[in-house]
Design a protein around this ligand. Structure first.
Ligand code: NAD
Length: 460
């Protein structure tokens, strides 16, 4: 078999790591600072690229992509010293006299594979964590956001050492396929669809590479009759229509208490029009990423009744903000992650009924509950398995770097953001240190009844 074109790159990345250069605190801090400076320099290029790929408004680019990466970098720089410090632990009495120490150390050479929907955020938030943890990094952005992928490749590859941090562009199946088939990475961090997540995990398993999988799923949004409905409508419309609904944590469908259904739908429509007017396309509403996805989304419009919206335009890959009802649970719209600006609404009478609906698509990535009752929110926290979420808010749990972010079951495995990202890209080396002034004879053979009795007392 001929040598892979990526062999020199991977060799360099492994050598760079082996040299130990990435380990010192000062090196990691310098790289984080350099990345932030570069992002600042390239901000306007990213604005243009994200407009071309997804018709993102600069405000959305700043708040949900670049600004959010600055926040991640700032958090890492503020805390790096503490995160890197070995942590001393206690030890059980039977190990007297000893203590433990946990040494966080970099995993080595890692691969980060990112999707198209928030290409800057979902590439660099993981890259920041991997830099902070002291790894060498190959980043593979999505080919479906080609303009942004190109700016990322230019920015990184023109300014970072090939052996340290490098962007590889191109078709996912081809590039990632070859990388994972031919090389062993010390960790693979993947964000994208559940279907491709399975391929990644299977390929990584052949090398026993660890994986973090940040996947998708259907995220329910529950609106209880005691919620602040005006605020709920504003926050749901914002979270659903951000990036034209193409957010992994967008509220996928709404579960509204039957008694407030019409009032709430009227409020949603009011908020949609306050945000985007009656002609969102003219007001810069985001673009669906591809003709394939556009066709998929438009097919959903026939799977129930359209209460509001439903406008589409193939040429501009536009699907307008849409509210639907009467969607059968077995329709593709309710079986697949919608990933677009279509919001089906269902009603419920009892909280237990909500659980039955959610259970049809288990393990959501996110769950949102709007209620003023802590009993109601607690009920859903205790009874639904989901990756993470928010009470009286949508999407913004991502903004709190003190919270772990990740899925569960089919919505993913592993977590990142802030310290959780540092830990994901670190190995926690646990070491016991025992004093030598005391050597208990009862651990050593010859074994005896007396010694066994003592162990029974120690480990009861
Ligand atoms: P995508 O098609 O851009 O794929 C993601 C990455 O996988 C890309 O870099 C692509 O090149 C690569 N890829 C594609 N096919 C591959 C293959 N056969 N083998 C190896 N690599 C391959 O993105 P997508 O999957 O369409 O993204 C949308 C999905 O991602 C949604 O389900 C969404 O919920 C999920 N998502 C999850 C998160 C999260 O944080 N959990 C964030 C964003 C998106």
């Amino acid at each position: 078999m001929s040598e892979s074109v990526y062999a020199p790159l991977i060799k360099l990345q492994k050598q760079y790591f082996q040299s130990g250069m990435t380990k010192p605190y000062s090196f990691r801090m310098d790289q984080l600072k350099k990345l932030k400076d570069l992002l600042q320099t390239y901000e306007s290029k990213f604005n243009d690229a994200l407009y071309s790929d997804l018709r993102k408004h600069p405000q959305e680019v700043y708040t949900t992509e670049i600004g959010a990466v600055y926040e991640e970098i700032n958090t890492a720089m503020r805390n790096l010293g503490t995160w890197m410090k070995p942590v001393r632990t206690g030890a059980p009495f039977f190990l007297f006299p000893s203590h433990g120490t946990i040494y966080p150390e970099p995993l080595g050479n890692v691969l980060i594979i990112s999707p198209w929907n928030y290409p800057v955020l979902l590439s660099f938030r993981a890259v920041v964590a991997a830099i902070a943890a002291g790894n060498t990094i190959v980043l593979k952005p999505s080919e479906l956001a080609p303009a942004t992928s190109k700016v990322m490749a230019d920015m990184i590859n023109d300014h970072f050492d090939l052996g340290y941090l490098h962007v590889l562009e191109g078709d996912g199946a081809t590039v990632v396929g070859e990388l994972l088939d031919q090389f062993r990475f010390d960790h693979v961090f993947y964000t994208g669809s559940t279907a491709v997540g399975k391929i990644i995990m299977e390929k990584a398993a052949k090398h026993l590479s660890g994986v973090t999988l940040e996947l998708g799923g259907k995220s329910p949004c529950i609106v209880s009759k005691d919620a602040n409905l005006t605020v709920a409508a504003k926050r749901i419309v914002w979270g659903k229509l951000l990036n034209a609904g193409q957010s992994c944590v967008a509220p996928d469908y709404l579960l509204v208490h039957a008694s407030i259904k019409q009032t709430f739908i009227d409020l949603l429509i009011k908020e949609i029009e306050a945000a985007y007017g009656t002609n969102p396309l003219q007001n810069g509403f985001g673009k669906i990423i591809s003709a394939k996805r556009w066709k998929q989304l438009t097919s959903y419009l026939n799977q129930g009744s359209v209460l509001y919206g439903g406008q589409t335009d193939e040429q501009s890959l536009y699907v307008g903000p849409t509210i639907m009802e009467a969607v059968p649970m077995e329709a593709p719209l309710m079986k697949e992650e919608i990933f677009g600006p279509i919001l089906p609404v269902f009603t419920y009478e009892k909280e237990e009924d909500v659980l039955k609906i959610i259970e049809q698509n288990p393990y959501p990535l996110a769950l949102y509950v709007f209620t003023s009752s802590s009993k109601t929110s607690r009920f859903f926290m205790d009874n639904v398995r989901f990756g993470g979420g928010a009470i009286n808010e949508t999407v913004l749990h991502l903004g709190n770097g003190e919270l772990p972010f990740g899925g569960v079951g089919s919505s993913g495995m592993g977590r990142y953001h802030g310290k959780f990202g540092f830990d994901t890209f670190s190995h926690q080396k646990g070491v016991l240190k025992r004093a030598t002034w005391f050597e208990p004879a009862f651990r050593h053979p010859p074994y005896s009844e007396g010694k066994t009795k003592l162990w029974r007392w120690l480990l009861k």
